[in-house]
Design a protein. Structure first.
Length: 135
């Protein structure tokens, strides 16, 4: 028979330790929790997307504007507004958008608006101190 071991007196004297009480941590705001972050992100992505599709948009818009100008010219001619046969050529705008003329509708103003929204929302994000500077 083997003698049973009894726990050592040092272990018997100390009670089992409870885990230390958690330290109250201040909740740290994450940038992802702020609506300003998402506005900044979506406005920036939209501006980049508009810059990326700009050339395709210009081609399509040039074709549409040229078609519109031609239909408008034909409607005026059929209505009898064009008097002389030689003035038919002059009424039609010779600088069509396909030839490098100016488009009526461009993506430029929309891109600038989106960039302004992105800059404003980034400024508000910094102002609310969601993104804290390194100290």
């Amino acid at each position: 028979m083997t003698p049973e071991r009894s726990p050592s007196p040092a272990k018997q004297a100390t009670a089992p330790e409870s885990p230390p009480a958690p330290v109250e941590a201040t909740p740290r705001e994450r940038p992802l929790d702020s609506p300003w972050f998402w506005i900044c992100l979506f406005a920036s992505v939209a501006a980049v997307a508009l810059v990326a599709i700009g050339p395709k948009y210009r081609q399509r818009e040039a074709r549409l504007e040229s078609t519109f100008q031609m239909r408008e010219h034909l409607a005026r001619r059929n209505a009898g507004e064009v008097e002389a046969a030689g003035s038919d050529e002059n009424d039609l705008d010779s600088s069509t958008a396909e030839e490098g003329g100016e488009l009526l509708k461009t993506t430029g103003p929309l891109i600038w608006i989106l960039l302004a929204v992105a800059a404003g929302s980034c400024a508000m994000l910094m102002r609310t101190k969601v993104v804290k500077p390194n100290a």
